[in-house]
Design a binder for this molecule. Sequence first.
Ligand SMILES: Cc1cc2nc3c(=O)[nH]c(=O)nc-3n(C[C@H](O)[C@H](O)[C@H](O)COP(=O)(O)O)c2cc1C
Length: 182
Amino acid sequence: MSKVILLSGSPNENGNTVQLLKECAGVIEKNGVEAEVVSLAGMHLRDVMDLQEGCEDGFDEIISKIKEAQGFIAGGPVYWGTVRAELMTALQRIAMASMQQGNFLSRKAGGPIAVARRGGVTSAIQEMMMFFLSNDMIVPGSTYWNIAFGQKPGDVINDAEGLETIKRFGENMAFVVEAING
Ligand SMILES: Cc1cc2nc3c(=O)[nH]c(=O)nc-3n(C[C@H](O)[C@H](O)[C@H](O)COP(=O)(O)O)c2cc1C
């Protein structure tokens, strides 16, 4: 069965980003594709771009999961108007690993999701899109940009329009993953 990995770039184990990614994962699974939410919370990601150096921070295991999967979604909380830096480090490490291991991201389906209290979501989507579009990935759309609003953990579930957009994105992810992988 095909699989999608959803990576949360929030330091909060059960914050808005993880809760939203779980909603998206639920829809992907309902549409016949396996989905797993993984998180950077508590990981203390190292900013090392040379794979030969080796990292003991646990992120290489997440990279392996992404390599094996057919789809990859990045969920980023907005901090000070941009995607949280640790998530961008994660995306750059994944891109380096892909380049050094036969471009494993090539023709996987994927896309970004941004979460914020109020501002910075569309530029956060644009920042993350630089990763998806320059790694030969196929990005499905939705009925709006993949953004949702909330401050305290759980708030995002009350953003009806945000939730609808993310659920449609999940449906389209499953559709594209199945179309590519059969
Ligand atoms: C240090 C910090 C900076 C933040 N900066 C912004 C911001 O620029 N714009 C905004 O709308 N929300 C901002 N927020 C709010 C978060 O984006 C919001 O609470 C989000 O739901 C957090 O996601 P999480 O629960 O997954 O961590 C900030 C939060 C923190 C802790």
